[in-house]
Design a protein around this ligand. Sequence first.
Ligand SMILES: [Fe+2]
Length: 422
Amino acid sequence: MTTKTEDWQSELKKYEIDPEHKAQVREKFNFRPFKEAAAPTELPKNIVGLEGLDFSKFQEGPEGLEGRKELAAQLEEAVTEHGFFKILNFGISQEIIDQILSLSQGTFDEPQEVREKFVAGEHNLPEEKDKPLGPIRGSGYKPLGHWRTNGIPDNIDIFNFRHFTHYDTFFNRTQYPEFVKANLDDIAYYFNFIHREVLRKVAILLDIILELPEGTIYRDYFSVKPEQLTNSPDGFGRFLLYHPVSEDYKKKTNDIWLSGHTDGGALTFILSQPILSLQVQDYDTKEWRYVSHTPGALVVNIADQLRQLSGGYFKSSVHRVVTAPDNQKNYHRNTAIYFSNVTPRAYLDVDELKSPKLKRLGITYDKSVERLTAAEWDDLKGEYFNNRDKNWYEKETIRGRESIGSLREEKIPAVGITTGGN
Ligand SMILES: [Fe+2]
C-alpha cells in the first residue's frame, strides 16, 4: 500500500468563498503581486548543497517502487546529515505559489487597530484553553517586536493558521481579520495540500528508509481525524514577512534576523524565497552555511519530534536567519511555512516505531529519559518561542532531550565574504 489520498479536496470545496465577495475584498485591500527581491549579486562560498528531491519522479503503486526507493536513498543522506532538503516539483503551480505570497503580503497590510484585535493566543478555542499557545503559536498575529535580539525588538511579522485540516473549525469557529477571512479557501487549499500530499509522500519515503510498510508513519502519526480535533496532528500554517532593517539594527543584533534554533514539531515546509538569509549549521563543524534559493521549491527540515521519534537517527536541523545582503536589503522576505506536528497523544518513543532498520542499528529508547507525548513536548518547546528574550540559551535540554530554543550569537561576517568554509 502506498496509502490512498484522502478525499480532502472535494470536502474543502464545500467551504468555497463566494468569488464575488472575495473579489470585492481583494480590491478594497489593494491585493497585488508580491515584488520579490532581485537575486543576490554575489554568492558566498559557504552555500550548503541541499539534496533536491524531484517529486515528479514520485509515482504511487507497485510500478513506482524503484523511483520511490531512489528518492528515499537521496532523502536518507539529507535527514541523517543535517536534516535539511528541498522538494522540487512538489505539485503546486507557480500561480498558486504567487497567490500565497500576495495573500501573505495582504494579511500584513491590515492596520494596527485590526491587528490588535487578532493577536495570536487571545482567541483560543475552548478545546485549547489549557494549551500555552501564546503569541507565537496561537491563531493570529504575533505582535511586531515581541522577540528581542540583544535587546532589539524583532522586525518579523507572523500570522498563524491553526486547524486548517478541520474545516468547520477553520472556517466557522475561528476569528480572522476581513482580508484573511475572504481568502480562507485559498489558504486552506495550500496548507492542506502540503499536509495531505507532500508530507504524506515524505512520510512514505521515511517508511522506506526505516524499512516499514509504506503508509505506516502517515497512518500512525499524521493522518487527520476529522471528528477529533484534539487527537489529530495539530501543526499550523504561517505567513511570515521579514521587514527591511536599519543599519543600526544590523549592528546591534550582529546581523541576526532570527537567531539559531531547532523547530519543535515533526517536519517544517518553507516556500523557497530569493533573499540570501537562511543558514543551516553543520552538525560536526558548527559552521553556518547559506541555503540557496530554488524558485518554486519547498525547503524542508526535520524538527525535534522526528528526531526523538527516530531515536536521533534523523537530525533536527539547526538553522537561523541573517539579515539580507546589500542589494536585497530594501526588500521584504516573504514566505509561507507549514510546521507539522505528529498526533498529539503519540509518544515520542523510537521503540513504538518498530523500525527493523533502527533495531539493527541498535537504536532504542533511552529508558532513563521520561516518556513524553507529542503534545507535552510541543507545549514545553513552545515556552522557548513565546519567551520575549531571544538570546538566553547556548544550548539546552528539555526533560533530558537535546533541543535549541535560541542560540547566543557571535558576530557574523558580512554576506558575500567567505567565512573560511568551503
Ligand atoms: Fe525554524
